[in-house]
Ligand binder design. Structure first.
Ligand SMILES: [Zn+2]
Length: 189
């Protein structure tokens, strides 16, 4: 699945909007990304999972580990494509943790999967969860890489799409300067 096919799926689902947006952070942007809107369609989720699994490669993986909630569905679909377990880490007292009886052993070879990587912070934190359990992290992947190449991970990383969606302080927003009306995402779809 090439980059434009993935982006078409996102646009068709309303998961990628282009225009002039006020994000919940208060920043303005020319784009709005909400992976849940493409992943709500199981056939899209499955296709994206297969494509991401192929891009990552197998690495003799034994499990896919994702951070909740964003990584859950795509992690599950990558794991389905690879025929391995799909488990997730979730926040407890602010720290990502394995709960619900999920476990990793030193023999496990883990692929960390997320929907979107922006700074790489949550991917790194999820990798730490696997390593603290004694497992090896063999690769990481995301549907969308928004890091602009800024995210450096100490494991091979693959994304289906590399996307730059710059954000602006409202007073420095070039789209405001052009007089384009600003939209709150979700208010018109
Ligand atoms: Zn603006």
């Amino acid at each position: 699945m090439d980059q434009s096919t993935v982006l078409d799926l996102f646009r068709q689902s309303g998961a990628l909007l282009e225009g002039h947006f006020r994000l919940t952070s208060g920043l303005h942007s020319s784009g709005y990304l909400q992976c849940a809107l493409v992943l709500q369609h199981p056939t899209h989720a499955e296709a994206l999972g297969r494509a991401l699994a192929a891009a990552i490669g197998v690495h003799d993986a034994t499990a896919v580990l994702s951070p909740a909630l964003g990584g859950l569905i795509i992690g599950h679909e990558v794991a389905r494509a690879l025929g391995v377990r799909a488990i997730f880490a979730e926040r407890q007292d602010g720290a990502l943790t394995l709960r619900r009886g999920f476990s990793l052993a030193p023999a496990d070879r883990v692929i960390v999967v997320e929907d979107v990587v922006t700074t790489g912070g949550s991917t790194r934190e999820t990798m730490d969860v696997a390593r603290k359990a004694g497992a090896a992290v063999v690769a990481a992947g995301a549907i969308i890489d928004r890091s602009g190449g800024a995210s450096t991970l100490d494991t091979p990383f693959h994304a289906l799409v590399s996307l730059s969606l710059p954000t602006y302080q409202p007073e420095a927003c070039p789209l405001c300067a052009q007089g384009l009306p600003v939209v709150k995402p979700g208010s018109r779809i």
